[in-house]
Structures are given as structure tokens and as C-alpha cells.
Design a protein around this ligand. Structure first.
Ligand SMILES: *Cc1c(COP(=O)(O)O)cnc(C)c1O
Length: 467
């Protein structure tokens, strides 16, 4: 019998047995393994719509869409059937040696349709990290072909996230990652992030946006404009804590890239495929990137797929100048992944999910979050489409943060888990990115859960004398 018919039964083992085997053999990503083994993992066993169930039978509202990816929700028949059909017909073939497969071709065509007009070509990978690795090689190849091999430097941002491979982690600006493994690799520089709480308190927001974008120009001039190849950024920083930039920021970044002729790369791994209420974050912030990386939402996370949308400025040079671009992955254009992406994107089109987020559920979530600003712990609440952040502060009137050593965000996160809600803590910013299929009623349900968890957090902080 199908496991779905037994929602409360975990397959085969008790939770304690799963945890013991997990601790014995599975090194989890971004995890202190010794600490985790002490605490034990939550074993997630089943999903339906916006909810998950663990092996204890506990129902959890997944306000993080897995890891920013399950945008159409769990258990969607169209995606499952697309994968099954493709697995039966042709589970794998490569696209290296003058070969290709129908799902990869059809997906390339559909991506050209849903992306902004400058994009007619795609290079496939299987993850966001691989996509950003591809960026480093493709951007440098582009300038080589144009006879400017000295243009090597790619500029990213502090607290940006572009993945965990050597190049991805280098482009990103996570200090903890740079401290391990000799990163960043040569030829990568960083500027400050457009986070007003950190860099521009008391400043007019529009003015701060222009100032933060100006750091790019200063960096270009310091390096030498003839040495700079590209700038990369996420439209809204996701893993950095849902940092929504001022409206003045991206237009000024675009102007600077244009002025110095450097390529603009938009990392759309989170913002792409509807998260901001537009198909791509660059459309929300009105930039014209030369390259866009994507992953996560392209398949709603059902199977791994990523890629780079290559704008005509770059594609024309790569194609017309000829010569082999010595780069690719075994799974570039994987037929099963592409079949699932096709089903996912068509489902989004059929249900009008992007428009729904832009016109209905996004603004509705924004009002819910504004209402949470009256909570004593919430210093600031911001959203962009269906992602949002609540910044927990010790004194919201004075803008005083908690001592980071107290890990107040983790206290809140534990209450969320305890009460059937998955929110992520980035420092003391509590963040969400719920499935795009969420209804108003489900947003109400989530809002009530968030408020309850904030109340419980407040009570615990008072008990400990931290508030
Ligand atoms: C998740 C993420 C990546 C990395 O994607 P992986 O599939 O984990 O390699 C890159 N960029 C952004 C903006 C991301 O959020």
C-alpha cells in the first residue's frame, strides 16, 4: 500500500532509530556535527501542500518552502507524473557529443519565453552553486574572446550568498565560509551590502540606496575599470537575511555597470520564478542583467536543476567567435529534471501564480507583517513578494540589537519548531519564504502562528532576564 495512505506512520523505524543512524553516518551541510548529534535531528517524512509531517506525526507549516524552493507546494501530481513519464521513456542522456533530448530543448525554449527579452539562450547545471561557478568561467571567457583577457575581476557583496562550491562561496560574502578552505579564490572582490540597519541608520532611505550603489563605483575605480569583468548580486539577499534594498539601489548599480561596460549578473536562484511577484527579481527592480543564474524554484525543488540564462550580448560572442567553451556537467540538461521544470513552469503559468503573488498574496503578506510591527520584539518587518523578515531587537525605539551571543533568533526558531512552524533565523532576523501557492487563509494561519511564537519568545527572554 502507498505510504500516503498511512500519514502518521513512519516507514520502518522509530524516530530514535532514524536519529541514531543519521548521527552515525550522515554529515549534514552547514552543520556542527558534534552539536547536532547531541541534539538529534527532526526526521521529515511527508509533505502535502504547504505542510510537512515528521516521524512523530507532527504537522508543520513550512514557511521556508523547503529551502526557498518548493514554490508550488508538496505533492503536485503534474510534477510527479512528468518525472515518472520521463524516467520510463529516457531517464538520462547527455548533451555533450552532438546529442540532445526533447525535454532539454523544450525547457530551453520555454525559459527564453518567460525570461526578459535579452535572454534567448541557457546553459544548464544542477544547482545554484554550479551555475555561479559557470558564471566565473563564462564571464572570463567572454572577455578573453573580446581580446580583453585582463578583465578578470568579479565584484560581489559582503553577506551575499552564491553557493558553496569554490567559486560560489568566493563570489558570496559570507565571512565564515571564506575562513575555511582558502577562499575567496583570486580575482574576486566584495563591496558592502545595501543593509541600512548596518550601514545607513538615520539616513534617508533613497539616499542610502544611492550611497550603497556608489560603493561599486569606488571599487571599480580602485581596481581599475579595465580590469573589472562583472558585478554579481541577488536582487534581494536571501540567505543573508532577506535584505530588501532601497528602490534607488539597483537603478544606480545598472547605471554604473553601463558606464564602465562591465557585465551585470543577477543571481535569481531565490528571486527567480515568482518569489518577488515577478517572474524574475531583476524585473521587480528594473535592471537589465547580461546573465542570470537560477536553480531552486525552476523545479520547485522536486529534482535538482540549475542554469545560467545567457543574454544576447554574451551569447553572440560565445557563439560567433567560435571555439570550444571547455565547460559542462554530466547532468547539464538532465531530461528528468528538465521534464519536471517544464511541468512546474506550465503549472505556474496555468494557475497565474506570479500574478497572484504580485497582486494579491504578496500585498496581503505585507499587511500581515506590518501588523506584527506592534509586537515588542519586532523592530522592523519587511517583505518583498512572498518573502519576509522580522528583525528582533532588544530596544526597538532606540534600535538596539540583542547581544549576538544570546542567539535570540535561535530561541525564537525553537519556539517555531515546537509550535509547528518552520521559520529560519539569520542572526536575529526571522525570515520566511513560503510556497507561492499559499492562500490568504493560510497566510492568516501563518501570521497567527508567528505571533504566538513571538509571544513565547518574549516570555522566555523575560524569564531569562534578557528583555
Ligand atoms: C541557494 C542559493 C545558491 C546555491 O544554490 P545550491 O543549489 O545550493 O548550490 C546560490 N545563490 C543563491 C542566491 C541561493 O539562494
Amino acid at each position: 500500500m502507498n505510504a500516503r495512505n498511512h500519514p502518521l506512520e513512519s516507514p520502518g523505524r522509530t524516530t530514535a532509530e532514524w536519529q541514531a543512524a543519521d548521527a552515525a553516518h550522515f554529515l549534514h551541510p552547514f552543520t556542527d556535527h558534534r552539536a547536532l548529534a547531541g541534539r538529534g535531528t527532526r526526521v521529515i517524512e511527508r509533505g502535502e501542500g504547504i505542510h510537512l509531517w515528521d516521524t512523530e506525526g507532527k504537522k508543520i507549516l513550512d514557511a521556508m518552502s523547503g529551502l526557498w524552493c518548493v514554490n508550488v507546494g508538496y505533492g503536485r501530481r503534474e510534477l510527479i507524473d512528468a518525472a515518472t513519464r520521463q524516467l520510463e521513456r529516457l531517464p538520462f542522456y547527455n548533451s555533450f557529443f552532438q546529442t540532445t533530448t526533447p525535454p532539454a530543448i523544450e525547457l530551453a525554449e520555454l525559459l527564453a519565453e518567460v525570461t526578459p527579452p535579452q535572454f534567448e539562450h541557457v546553459f544548464f547545471s544542477s544547482s545554484g552553486s554550479e551555475s555561479n561557478d559557470t558564471i566565473v568561467r563564462m564571464v572570463r571567457r567572454y572577455w578573453d574572446l573580446l581580446g580583453q583577457p585582463q578583465r578578470q575581476v568579479i565584484i560581489g557583496r559582503e553577506n551575499g550568498y552564491h553557493g558553496s562550491t569554490m567559486a560560489g562561496a568566493s563570489l558570496g560574502g559570507m565571512k565564515g565560509m571564506h575562513a575555511q578552505g582558502g577562499l575567496p579564490i583570486p580575482g574576486i572582490e566584495h563591496i558592502g551590502q545595501p543593509y541600512q540597519f548596518e550601514h545607513g541608520r538615520g539616513m534617508d532611505r533613497a539616499e542610502f540606496g544611492r550611497v550603497a550603489a556608489g560603493w561599486l563605483e569606488q571599487k571599480i575605480l580602485a581596481i581599475g575599470p579595465d580590469k573589472v569583468a562583472a558585478f554579481i548580486g541577488e536582487p534581494v539577499q536571501g540567505a543573508g537575511g532577506v535584505i530588501v534594498p532601497p528602490e534607488t539601489y539597483w537603478p544606480e548599480i545598472q547605471r554604473i555597470c553601463d558606464q564602465y561596460g562591465i557585465l551585470l549578473v543577477s543571481d535569481e536562484v531565490i528571486c527567480g520564478f515568482g518569489r518577488t511577484g515577478h517572474w524574475f527579481g531583476c524585473e521587480r527592480f528594473r535592471t537589465r542583467p547580461d546573465l542570470m543564474t537560477f536553480a531552486k524554484g525552476v523545479t520547485s525543488g522536486y529534482v535538482p536543476l540549475g542554469g545560467v540564462m545567457v543574454g544576447e550580448r554574451v551569447a553572440r560572442v560565445l557563439i560567433e567567435q567560435g571555439g570550444e567553451f571547455a565547460h559542462g556537467y554530466t547532468y547539464s540538461g538532465h531530461p528528468v529534471a528538465c521534464a519536471v521544470a517544464l511541468a512546474n513552469i506550465r503549472l505556474m503559468q496555468r494557475e497565474g501564480l506570479v500574478e497572484r503573488v504580485r497582486e494579491d498574496t504578496g500585498p496581503y503578506l505585507a499587511r500581515q507583517f506590518e501588523a506584527l510591527e506592534d509586537h515588542p520584539l519586532v523592530g522592523d518587518a519587511e517583505t518583498c513578494g512572498l518573502m519576509g523578515a522580522l528583525h528582533l531587537l532588544r530596544d526597538k525605539a532606540a534600535g538596539t540589537p540583542f547581544d549576538p551571543a544570546l542567539e535570540v533568533g535561535m530561541v525564537c526558531r525553537a519556539h517555531c519548531f515546537g509550535n509547528g512552524l518552520i521559520m529560519r533565523a539569520v542572526g536575529d532576523r526571522m525570515i520566511i519564504a513560503p510556497p507561492l501557492v499559499m492562500t490568504r487563509a493560510q497566510i492568516d494561519e501563518m501570521g497567527a502562528l508567528i505571533r504566538r511564537c513571538l509571544d513565547l519568545t518574549l516570555a522566555e527572554l523575560r524569564e531569562r532576564g534578557w528583555f
